[in-house]
Ligand binder design. Structure first.
Ligand SMILES: Nc1ncnc2c1ncn2[C@@H]1O[C@H](COP(=O)(O)OP(=O)(O)O)[C@@H](O)[C@H]1O
Ligand SMILES: [Mg+2]
Length: 278
């Protein structure tokens, strides 16, 4: 059975209660199935993400949320299904090719270079955008040098935006957990993505750090118009931030709708909301 899109890529826009513009479908996941040997991590799931929205993916541990994000970003190739991006079927691509489409992500487990400064880590987020070759960049010759200073300038803007000026030169390995997560966000933003995917950006954070991260996510969406896909366990955060929510359980999709709709969905309550989880 194929999933028929209900709306075309440029149709169906609306303005939210808080004045943000939501456009047509940006990414359309159609009938995705992903297996690891005998384990079916994703079973025939379809959902879409609209331009400008904040879309949450929730569900218990092992539900298949990170696997789904890995399919979206090209890290995993599904056995079945299609990924559509801005009205076109995306051919099988390497993660760096997906990044060039304007899709950036952070990982559930922090993946930064501990020995490198905050600034240099954020610079690595711009690699997919750099025109001159890596060797040229290493020696800062000619075009590479001019390009380097332009990229530095953009990175400094992101540093200001995320309020991490005071740790710019600090090696990432010395930072507390909450700040590392913020640097990861900065690195993803350095690619100036159209679609930003965040895998549990607030896991392990205290209340204050979560509030900061929530504010930054909202600001990124609001000020840059960046579309955001977000995996998160804290239901308060999900309900506050997201326009729509996909609920996964054992690789299946058991709910999809506005925060209010999924909160009142009995299957979602039974599988996830009604039980204790971290
Ligand atoms: N690389 C992998 N190799 C084998 N099994 C995997 C791999 N990644 C995920 N899985 C399995 O797929 C299922 C979904 O995992 P995951 O996507 O990490 O769930 P979630 O992010 O919702 O906690 C789990 O059963 C997990 O063990
Ligand atoms: Mg996960």
């Amino acid at each position: 059975m194929t999933h028929a899109p209900t709306i075309s890529a440029d149709a169906g826009g609306h303005v939210t209660a808080d004045g943000r513009h939501i456009g047509g479908v940006m990414m359309d996941m159609r009938n995705i199935t992903l297996r690891f040997g005998g384990v079916v991590a994703i079973k025939d799931i379809s959902f879409d993400i609209r331009e400008g929205e904040i879309r949450a993916i929730i569900g218990p541990n092992g539900a298949g949320k990170s696997s789904m994000m890995n399919v979206m970003s090209g890290f995993y190739v599904p056995q079945q299904g299609e990924v559509w991006f801005r009205g076109e079927k995306r051919p099988q691509m390497k993660p760096y090719e997906v990044a060039r489409l304007g899709i950036a992500r952070t990982f559930q487990n922090i993946a930064l270079f501990d020995g490198m400064s905050v600034l240099d880590n954020i610079m690595t987020g711009r690699l997919t955008m750099m025109k001159s070759g890596l060797l040229e960049q290493a020696f800062w010759w000619g075009r590479a040098e001019r390009e380097e200073s332009w990229h530095r300038e953009r990175v400094e803007k992101i540093v200001d935006f995320l309020e991490i000026q005071n740790i710019r030169k600090t090696p990432v390995g010395r930072l507390p957990y909450g700040l590392k997560k913020r640097v990861e966000l900065a690195r993803a933003l350095a690619a100036e993505p159209k679609l930003l995917m965040l895998d549990e950006p607030m896991a392990g954070m205290n209340v204050e750090e979560k509030e900061d991260m929530s504010r930054f996510i909202l600001d990124v969406n609001d000020e840059f118009g960046t579309t955001i896909a977000l995996i998160e366990h804290d239901m308060g955060v999900v309900m506050d931030l997201s326009d729509r929510v996909v609920v996964m359980d054992y690789g299946r999709k058991i709910g999809d709708g506005t925060p209010d709709e999924v909160r009142n969905n009995q299957e979602v309550i039974d599988a996830y909301l009604g039980v204790a989880h971290d």
